[in-house]
Design a protein around this ligand. Structure first.
Ligand code: PAF
Length: 299
């Protein structure tokens, strides 16, 4: 596996080598990233992962500074997954000092995360547009855990006519159901047990969907009940369509049921995607790890 830090070397590592699979990341890799790497490696001739903590998508400079980083460990994980190249540019390589063009996201970015993290999706869309334009992947892989991000990226690629297929991969869950996130390591045992209310509520809603319940209020209600029981007040619980990330009142098209909540000092998000297969709603509950995540000091 190659480590490169310039656009020229990154591009040279994939050009004329067949189909290119891209996995953009901010590093501090864990099993959810490995699942994206596995999907990319299985389906492409050559793969490139990026590790770049993108300052444009942080609302708060302290969060950007505190974001966990460990490039050596990331390289081991990417190498073990069979990634061909890791592109880890400096901030100067990513953003010219006199850069004056950014991507402005529209309606798809206004609700849910867009409401609570102003500017976040413009930052995401800008860096992802640069990666798509600069690395020219055939296919790019994103986690469904960031459901609205997936909708924003797909909309941006369509609107800017970027010829890339954007693939969403199932959420990875820790053995207690909590969606994998580098933030999970900051939860103490008491907070951790509160945090599992998010996935419990979503799984209860998925049970209802599997029983044929399609009413948004009923699905949102079951999540809120589980959160109430755990003493968690969410920022939002919403059923939204996968394409536009807009609220809908019934599961009548591909959608996701999403929740965000502060658990102590840690803000968590989670969701269940619901696809329509052969005319029936089918929830994607995610993939649950059978053992402790590498986040807690494994390899
Ligand atoms: O999901 C992430 O890790 C980031 O938002 C992404 C897509 C790598 C852009 O910085």
């Amino acid at each position: 596996m190659k480590l490169v830090s310039t656009w020229a070397d990154a591009r040279a590592s994939t050009v004329d080598r067949g189909t290119v699979g891209l996995v953009p990341t901010m590093g501090f890799l864990h099993e959810a990233h490995t699942a994206l790497f596995d999907a990319a490696v299985a389906a492409n001739d050559v793969t490139i992962a990026t590790v770049f903590v993108n300052p444009l998508q942080f609302n708060n400079v302290d969060d950007f500074v505190a974001y966990p980083r460990n490039l050596d460990r990331d390289l081991d994980i990417a190498d073990a997954a069979g990634i061909d190249t890791v592109f880890a540019p400096s901030e100067g390589e990513m953003y010219p000092t006199d850069m004056s063009t950014t991507v402005s996201t529209g309606a798809v970015a206004t609700r849910m995360e867009g409401e609570y993290r102003p500017g976040h999706f413009d930052g995401v869309a800008t860096v992802v547009a640069k990666l798509f334009a600069g690395l020219r992947p055939d296919t790019a892989y994103f986690g469904k855990k960031d459901a609205q991000q997936l909708a924003v990226v797909r909309t941006m690629a369509r609107d800017l006519s970027l010829p890339v297929d954007v693939v969403g991969c199932s959420t990875l869950r820790e053995p207690d159901g909590l969606a994998l996130s580098s933030r999970n390591v900051r939860l103490d045992p008491a907070r951790r047990s509160e945090a599992t209310a998010l996935s419990r509520g979503l799984q209860a809603a998925a049970d209802l969907v599997a029983e044929g319940v399609v009413d948004a209020a009923a699905l949102v209600g079951v999540v809120r009940t589980e959160l109430d029981r755990a003493g968690v007040s969410p920022e939002y619980v919403e059923l939204a369509d996968q394409a536009g990330a807009m609220p809908i009142s019934s599961v009548d098209r591909p959608c996701f049921l999403a929740v965000a909540a502060w658990i102590g000092e840690v803000r968590l998000i989670d969701n269940i995607h619901i696809d329509i297969i052969a005319g029936l709603p089918v929830p994607d509950r995610g993939v649950t790890l059978s053992s402790r995540s590498v986040l807690y000091g494994g390899s």
